[in-house]
Design a protein around this ligand. Sequence first.
Ligand code: AMP
Length: 542
Amino acid sequence: MRSTMMDTPLSIATLVRHAERVHGDAIVTTATETGSRKATFRECSKRASKLAHALRGLGVTSDQRVGTFMWNNQEHFEAYMAVPAMGAVLHTLNIRLPPAEVVFIANAAEDLVVLVDASLLPLFASILPGCTTVEHVIVVGKGDTTALAATGKTIHDYDALVAAASDAPFDYPVVDERDACAIAFTSGTTGSPKGVAYSHRSAMLHSMQLCLGDATGVGSRDRVLAVVPMFHVCAWGLPWACMLVGADLVLPDRFLQPDGIARIITSEKPTFAGAVPTIWTGLLQFVDKNPIDLKSFRMVLVGGSACPPSLMKAFEERHGMHIVHAWGMTETSPLGSVAVARDGLDPEEAWKLRISQGRLSPFVEAKLVGPDGKEIAWDGATSGELLVRGPWVTASYYPENDLEKFSDGWLRTGDVGTLTKDGYLTLTDRAKDVIKSGGEWISSVALENHLMGHETLLEACVVGVPDDKWGERPLACVVAKPGKDVSFAELRAFLADKIAKWQLPERWAIIASVPKTSVGKFDKKVLRADYAAGKLDVTTVD
Ligand code: AMP
């Protein structure tokens, strides 16, 4: 029997209309040099309609790609509304990638227009000459555009373009919900960056699951601080989720240093935030010295890389701020699991679940497979590679697929870990980072999590290095807290009652900071290369 339900598409145009009519009074706040500026969803939607008219005038007539090279701010939010709603594809360029990589990505996506923040003009000037498909650049804010104009592309001013555009509500087309609304490229730790094209359907379903009670529970009473960049996995879908439920959105623009984040928390009193662990590590140091009130937060979502349990505890115990850990990837839109503990557990059991990567989200199906390709039981102990599938998981890459990343309709995540019988995921490593010592796996993540709980350490990063006897052994690279002396012998003793003896690292090095990728994750390949090149001052302790 066919259903009798209407087949209206899940589309961003429908979401924009909802945000304007139903949640028109919700507010977008953007941090500025001296304070903040504000606009309602209604105002943003009206400007988005004008932006759509302007883009149409520049030749965006169907599913052309419109790039953004921007911080998290109101104009970026307007582009999140206008570009997909008019049937084009929003392409968020990662401003932290090396210029040559941005050029590669802009050309791969065939961006026709790029919106760029004035504060990023000097950087963008080194990128634009290589962008072969870009014809128009729209500059948000005031800055020197001489270098851009010299490329022969047409340069526009965002405010002037929007002001001159028609006031008539843009007639957003009815799209096929399976068409792309946005495209993001993976950080590309190996090979060329690969594009993941989200559909209207996947983005809307993902936004809805993001707001579920056991995910973020974000609703109209929330003020959502999106620190996670709008150029990385669409800021975890938070802008669209806010439009869905009418939550206020707080955007830090370029003020991402701990003092900038502290300033906007103090003035806007957000109830919810999303950011990678690195941001919170920096903020913790800052607020320990310059206490601010963090009690406005009912929850802070942390993911993108493993959140050290010591960080969660420190915020909770010293500042009353509750961190919830989550896992995801560009390919999964990103949210795949959230670490909310089941009810009725004793505190220790609950804590174990909270520091895991979380419980699988509905519709995200998962399995673990061993090196022989055989499925592994969900016993909470045996680890294997994680494979997932679901409506907001990519089925291929753009423009070229990578067949090795898929197996029988499942995405091979490249993450290695365990699943409990009720679907809590614990990651032990990336497949390429696992340390195999004498045939047994040592979890670098577990070592890092323990080490980062030591009072003298700010960060710790563990990588596998070649060893004549065991094949590979862990090398622990540690960053001292300012003013603290680090003793490797003491660190080894600290680990001794937490992990098996054979897993204790004997190679140690102090480093100034852990090298990070463009989105703030530990860049282990850099440390491995530094070790191979003899650049690390390694001490052996056993
Ligand atoms: P990206 O697509 O750049 O966001 O990277 C996705 C990868 O980040 C995942 O495949 C994981 O390896 C890692 N990741 C994301 N969240 C977590 C987490 N909570 N704990 C550990 N690793 C994570």
